[in-house]
Unconditional design. Structure first.
Length: 356
């Protein structure tokens, strides 16, 4: 990595010393855990490494995402507050619009990129031990929002990084980003939304739901609450774990959606049996992993949205602050109706809850 100069900073030195000490004690400790120990954002932690093992990237979000397909095989990581989805593969060419990029690859690296939230991107070289304890270098590209939250991470899986990595490295810089603090929105009484039911009924595409939310000034969990008994149904917090286990048993292919503020990553296909480790529920597939802190699930909704093909139904899990943790849909091709076995599974969950 080219050597970059940056003016010395007392804060930077202190952060680097704490980072290095943490990595010596626990070499594979995730950066987000180190940042939390230091009471700083993950973005601020990585920015403190500028000029040493981090390079900033000044490309626009669309310019950067347009290069993803040149990076070869990668592991893509996206996290919500209580779920982490990782998938391995090659990024497809960028599509979509200037403010909303589309990496379309059902069954592969399938992502929706919300560029308005992208604030700072960087390349990172970490030295980590392998399974035999020998040190090796891990190269990654990471994107953060203005609060220093990681939106998307791409880890190089190539033995020799493809041409896209050195091309990015050659235009790197040491310009420090500026991050701002963040706080959860204050809770508010459930608002009124005249006309919401009519607008919901008129939906012909699931993507129209985002326009519906904006029009009525609603968060997703608020819209679900307002439509309870008509288009939505509240389920027990354990419904997600049950649905994942039964879908795995029945080889029912699902679509798993995990979203950061700036990236929605989608996994499509059959699921392995869930495994519980250290309190988290995990799916360990050949080319993907889902980690779910299901103890943080405060509410679960079955949500039906009309479309031209008879409607689709999702299972949506939220935390106590109303943030979406995870969404589940049945695998479906555009123009096809929703799978009957998925609707049967959801009906089972509703019926079991009614009897309990």
């Amino acid at each position: 990595m080219p050597e970059l100069e940056r003016a010395p900073s007392h804060d930077q030195s202190a952060i680097l010393a704490a980072f290095d000490a943490a990595r010596r004690a626990t070499p594979r400790l995730p950066a987000i855990d180190i940042a939390q120990r230091l009471s700083i954002s993950e973005g601020a932690l990585q920015a403190a490494r500028l000029g040493r093992d981090v390079i900033g990237l000044s490309l626009t979000p669309a310019e950067l995402a347009a290069r993803f397909h040149t990076l070869g095989r990668v592991k893509a990581l996206t996290r919500s507050r209580h779920a982490v989805l990782e998938q391995k593969g090659e990024c497809p060419a960028l599509g979509g619009a200037p403010q909303a990029g589309l990496l379309l690859a059902p069954g592969g690296l399938d992502m929706r990129l919300l560029f308005a939230h992208w604030h700072w991107a960087c390349l990172i070289r970490d030295t980590l031990p392998d399974a035999q304890g020998e040190a090796h270098e891990r190269l990654s590209l990471q994107v953060f929002d203005r609060h220093g939250r990681a939106l998307l991470k791409l880890f190089c899986l190539e033995t020799w990084p493809g041409k896209g990595w050195p091309a990015l490295e050659s235009i790197g810089n040491a310009h420090p980003p500026v991050f701002t603090g963040t706080a959860d929105p204050a809770p508010r009484p459930l608002p009124e939304a005249p006309g919401l039911a009519d607008d919901w009924t008129r939906m012909r595409d699931v993507h129209q739901f985002f326009t519906l939310l904006r029009r009525h000034g609603l968060a997703r969990h608020e819209a679900n609450a307002l439509m309870e008994g008509r288009f939505t149904r509240r389920l027990d917090a354990t419904a997600v774990a049950t649905a994942l286990a039964r879908a795995a048993e029945r080889e029912l292919p699902l679509m798993l959606f995990v979203a950061s503020p700036g990236c929605v990553q989608i996994r499509t296909g059959r699921l392995p049996a869930p495994q519980r480790m250290r309190g988290w529920l995990n799916l360990f597939g050949e080319d993907f992993t889902l980690h779910l802190d299901d103890a943080a699930i405060a509410s679960v909704w079955s949500v039906h949205k009309p479309n031209r093909d008879g409607g689709v139904t999702s299972l949506e899990a939220f935390d106590a602050q109303g943030e979406l943790i995870l969404q589940l849909y049945a695998e479906r091709r555009e123009g096809s109706g929703e799978r009957g076995d998925w609707r049967d599974l959801l009906a089972e969950l509703r019926d079991e809850e009614a009897v309990a």
